[in-house]
Design a protein around this ligand. Structure first.
Ligand SMILES: *[C@@H]1O[C@H](CO)[C@@H](O)[C@H](O)[C@H]1NC(C)=O
Length: 245
């Protein structure tokens, strides 16, 4: 967990700065960005509570996937997804356009390389409306992937190939085992992120330091250093290991 927090803190201001709205107004896209950050914070808490391992997640990709799912849901499911994603007070009709604008903004900056796989995987026995197909593709940058879950190994290959080809061949074996043959719908996301640091590190200051692989294993790895004055947010109600950041 220690590692992902600086990444999150480092990239959020960067992403927020890049927001240049297309269809939606800049304020609306910034509002979505704030809501996504709220979801991301809760996602980190949930992950931190459940594991001591080092975990790297792309909250924006998870938001996109769950929002795509929400656009295809109704009733209590939609309510729950909307609440989880901090999208409650927004008009459901405007949400897809907001996510589209957010992605356009992200892609406008040539230096931010974010390749994402957002797959709503549906068993081929179900019919998916063309409208929804188009929405997932055009607004969420994803795809409705049809598979035959009753052939789990073939389904796994299709899902892994989809994720790999949409992340510049970087995310492999997103499913390490065959899915359950009774699966009807599965949401799959993967991301590859590459961007320069907003504040560059000086390579000559790099030195070997302890890296906690897990609770019991420490490895010496080259660590980058930079001293300066930084804005740091601290939530005293949560046990974030920020003191090590
Ligand atoms: C990097 O750090 C070294 C040693 O302090 C210094 O001599 C050098 O000028 C620095 N380089 C940059 C690009 O700041």
């Amino acid at each position: 967990m220690v590692n992902q927090i600086p990444l999150f803190l480092a990239c959020f201001p960067l992403l927020a700065m890049q927001l240049v709205a297309q269809d939606a107004s800049l304020a609306d896209v910034q509002d979505l960005s704030t809501r996504n950050a709220d979801f991301a914070t809760r996602l980190y808490h949930a992950i931190a509570r459940s594991t001591d391992a080092n975990v790297l997640v792309s909250p924006i990709t998870v938001s996109l996937g769950l929002a795509a799912l929400m656009s295809g849901a109704d009733g209590a499911t939609r309510e729950q997804l909307s609440e989880a994603l901090s999208l409650m007070s927004l008009d459901i009709q405007t949400i897809p356009g907001l996510f589209e604008s957010l992605q356009v903004s992200l892609n406008q900056n040539g230096e931010v390389g974010l390749k994402q796989a957002v797959g709503v995987v549906v068993d081929q026995k179900f019919t998916v409306s063309e409208d929804y197909d188009g929405l997932v593709q055009n607004k969420y940058g994803g795809k409705v992937v049809r598979v035959d879950f009753s052939s789990p190994e073939a389904a796994r290959t299709t899902i892994n190939t989809f994720t790999q080809s949409n992340t510049g061949e970087q995310v492999k074996d997103v499913l390490s085992a065959s899915p359950d043959a009774a699966t009807k719908v599965m949401l799959v996301t993967g991301a590859f992120f590459q961007a320069p640091f907003a504040l560059a590190f000086n390579a000559t200051l790099t030195q070997d330091e302890r890296f906690y692989v897990d609770k019991y294993h420490i490895a010496m790895v080259p660590m980058m250093f930079r001293s300066d004055k930084y804005h740091l947010a601290y939530d005293p109600t949560k046990k974030w290991p920020l003191e090590t950041a």
